[in-house]
Ligand binder design. Structure first.
Ligand SMILES: *[C@@H]1O[C@H](CO)[C@@H](O)[C@H](O)[C@H]1NC(C)=O
Ligand SMILES: *[C@@H]1O[C@H](CO)[C@@H](O)[C@H](O)[C@H]1NC(C)=O
Ligand SMILES: [Mn+2]
Length: 482
């Protein structure tokens, strides 16, 4: 991530201003929980050293280490030696929880919380480095209002050389697959002209600090989630919809190693997807379709077992939470909505059922037919305004717009929808399930030319309609070509 001079200047000046803020003397104590599985021992030790040296001793009640069933013996030995040494000076200061079987990140966070005893609990990864005064701003915000859940501002520690790379100030959010992402801080925050002011945040990217008892009242984390992902989004939506708030503090900085390989499994995608569907089903009301659309899976009979969600639904009922529409409108207005989707999924020509319309090489803007794999380059969305959108669902208004299929001089091309619309290009298509795809203005049809014997021999083209037919995986409402 590159950074302009302007951003560097902001960082330098807010550090100076942050140092100038004084915090109340009687702040609540914090328990810092580190979760890990097969982390390098030096990295866990570094995180512990760092929190001890950067937190005033009277504020740091204890450190809780949660080892989610690591199979690394060196890790166990080295940690034991260090923990014994610290505890010899300060009995009980470091608590170690070892899971007898792997519980995943989500239940590991909850077991760290269960072991914690301070009024405030910080739930962090074990590959972080703290900066001076990371704790004071957070503890004073929570002391003022215990329903605030708080994230420090993140910098990156490069995993290969441990250099710290400063990141610009950001709020935290997610896309429609519910992967987390950084967001530009909201307009109201910029308008304050105070770079040390708290940044209202739609979500948390993962590490957070919370009042210990409030966290329980609000329902901890969704322990029905497995392995990794989605829990941070679920917590954030829940806290907002049920009366609390989430914020990022510019004056509390944490550097975090963005690892090349996450633990647990090679590919976390299936776990994130399952957990995301739980969030969609419990919290997102009529907008849950967006999560299914983004993952390109059917809403009914998705074939994915998301486990029981009745407890989480009962929690929502008990806490009398607001709806997701309220959240989108009031907390995450940057999110793009796709409520006018008519059909979505993979788009196939009946001539050749194993090829799918695909956005092709990212920079080309030329759609192709490619072996069906169902990943985001083959996400197709047919909208009620008769646009055909191709590729990943653009999550927020600050991201590039979606690409639309356009007839450009008789050739199929992909062009940003808003641009194509502004330039009055040919971006509207008549289509019903199992029918042709015909451009409304040029009257040409999207068709294949080539031999069915050679799977790569097919060309995608626009031509005088010969009656070729197309199907899309999921139809949401009755398709209309009026
Ligand atoms: C720091 O605080 C002092 C006294 O409150 C004030 O005079 C000074 O301008 C402040 N400095 C900055 C950089 O904000
Ligand atoms: C800026 O925000 C900080 C942190 O909330 C606050 O202490 C300070 O008073 C604010 N400064 C101004 C000029 O409002
Ligand atoms: Mn991490």
């Amino acid at each position: 991530m590159g950074m302009s001079c302007a951003q560097r200047c902001i960082i330098i000046s807010f550090f100076r201003r942050c140092r100038n803020i004084t915090y109340p003397a009687n702040l609540p104590q914090v328990s810092v929980v580190f979760i890990f599985v097969n982390e390098a021992p030096s990295v866990v030790l570094r995180s512990m050293h760092s929190v001890i040296s950067k937190t005033p001793a009277h504020l740091l009640k204890e450190i809780v280490l949660v080892d989610d069933h690591s199979n690394n013996d060196e890790l166990k030995e080295k940690l034991r030696a260090y923990v014994d040494e610290v505890n010899a000076r300060q009995p009980g200061f470091v608590k170690v929880i070892r899971h007898q079987k792997q519980e995943g990140l989500i239940r590991s966070r909850v077991s760290g919380w269960r072991a914690a005893t301070a009024p405030v609990v910080a739930l962090f990864d074990a590959h972080v480095e703290f900066s001076v005064q990371w704790a004071e701003p957070i503890l004073s915000r929570i002391k003022e209002d215990r329903t605030r859940i708080i994230s420090p501002s993140f910098d990156n520690i490069k995993y290969d050389n441990f250099e710290i790379e400063e990141y610009p100030l950001a709020a935290q959010g997610f896309d429609w697959e519910l992967w987390c992402r950084y967001l530009n801080p909201p307009k109201e925050w910029w308008n304050l002209g105070n770079t040390t002011a708290p940044i209202r945040s739609p979500a948390l990217i993962g590490c957070f600090v919370v009042d210990r008892l409030y966290f329980e009242e609000i329902g901890l984390l969704d322990e029905g989630m497995e392995i990794y992902g989605g829990e941070n989004v679920e917590l954030s939506i829940r806290v907002w919809q049920c009366g609390g708030s989430v914020e990022v503090l510019p004056c509390s900085r944490l550097a975090h190693i963005e690892r090349a390989h996450k633990p647990y499994t090679e590919d976390l995608t299936a776990h994130v997807r399952r957990n995301a569907l739980r969030v969609a089903e419990v919290w997102m009301d009529e907008f849950k379709s967006h999560v299914y659309m983004a993952w390109n899976i059917p809403i009914e009979n998705s074939g994915i077992d998301i486990g029981a969600i009745s407890n989480r639904k009962a929690l929502r009922q008990r806490l009398q939470c607001k709806g997701f529409k309220w959240y989108l409108h009031n907390v995450y207005p940057e999110m793009r909505l796709y409520t006018d989707t008519v059909a979505y999924g993979m788009l196939k020509n009946v001539l050749k059922n194993d090829l799918c319309l695909d956005q092709g090489p990212e920079m080309d803007n030329i759609p192709i037919m490619y072996i069906c794999h169902g990943m985001t380059s083959q996400n197709i969305y047919y909208m009620s305004n008769q646009q055909i959108r191709v590729g990943v669902l653009s999550p927020t208004i600050d991201d590039n717009d979606n690409k639309c299929l356009v007839d450009v001089n008789n050739r199929p091309r992909l062009i940003e929808c808003s641009y194509a619309k502004a330039k009055r290009m040919k971006l509207y298509w008549l289509f019903t399930q199992g029918g042709s795809i015909q451009n409304r203005k040029s009257k040409r049809c999207l068709e294949l030319q080539g031999s069915p014997d050679n799977e790569f021999g097919f060309q995608l083209l626009l031509q005088k309609c010969t009656g070729q037919r197309w199907t899309i995986s999921n139809v949401l409402k009755k398709t209309s070509s009026q």
